[in-house]
Design a protein around this ligand. Sequence first.
Ligand SMILES: Cc1cc2nc3c(=O)[nH]c(=O)nc-3n(C[C@H](O)[C@H](O)[C@H](O)COP(=O)(O)O)c2cc1C
Length: 192
Amino acid sequence: MTNQSLSVRDAIIQRRSIKAYNGQPVEREELLTILEDAVWAPNHQLREPWRFVVACGKELFDLYEVLKEFAIPKWKDLTAEDLEKQMKKFTTPGGYVFVIVPEDIRQKERLEDYAAASMLIQNVQLLAWDKGIGSCWKTPGFLDNPKFREALGVQSGERIISMLQLGYYDEMPKAAKRTSVDKLITIFGESK
Ligand SMILES: Cc1cc2nc3c(=O)[nH]c(=O)nc-3n(C[C@H](O)[C@H](O)[C@H](O)COP(=O)(O)O)c2cc1C
C-alpha cells in the first residue's frame, strides 16, 4: 500500500488545475510511480492505448529549447529577458508528461482509446494531487505540429492528446464553479 492521505472523494473535489508553479523539481521516481499506478485506468479490450514522453530532470532544458520554438513564434526577435518571461509558464513546472494515443482508424475504437487515456490522465492528476503535486492538462495547438511531433518521436497513426505539466505550487487556485447536477439531470420518464 502507498501512503495515500486523501479519500477518493476528497481527491476528486479538492483537485485544482495548477497553472502557476514554483519551480521545485518533481523527482523522476515519484513521477514514474504515479504513472505506474495511473495505468490501472479502465480500457477496452486491454488495448492500453497510451505511451508517454516524460521530462523531469536535466532533459527539461532540451525540452525548453523545443518548446521555445513552437510556443513562442517570435522568440528570435525578443530580448533574453522578455523571452525568459514568456517561457516562465513552461520552465516553472517540475515535470512534463506528454500522453500519446494511437489513432485507430475505426471510429468507435478511436473514441474508446481517447476516453481510456483521458481516464488515465485523471488518475495521474489525482495521484499527483495526493502527493502535493499540482498538474494541468494542456492542449496547445503545437501538439499537432509535424515538427513538434517529430521532436517527440511521435509516429504517424499516433496523437499527442495532452501536454501534462506537473509541479509544486505556492498558491491554491479558487475552485472553478461547476453546474449543480440538479440542472443536468432528467429523471427517466419525466419531461424536463
Ligand atoms: C481536455 C482538456 C484540455 C485542457 N486544455 C487546457 C489548456 O490548453 N490550457 C489550460 O490552461 N487548461 C487546460 N485544461 C484545464 C482546464 O482549463 C481546467 O480543468 C478547468 O479550467 C477546470 O479547472 P479545475 O481543473 O481546477 O477544476 C484542459 C482540460 C482538459 C480536460
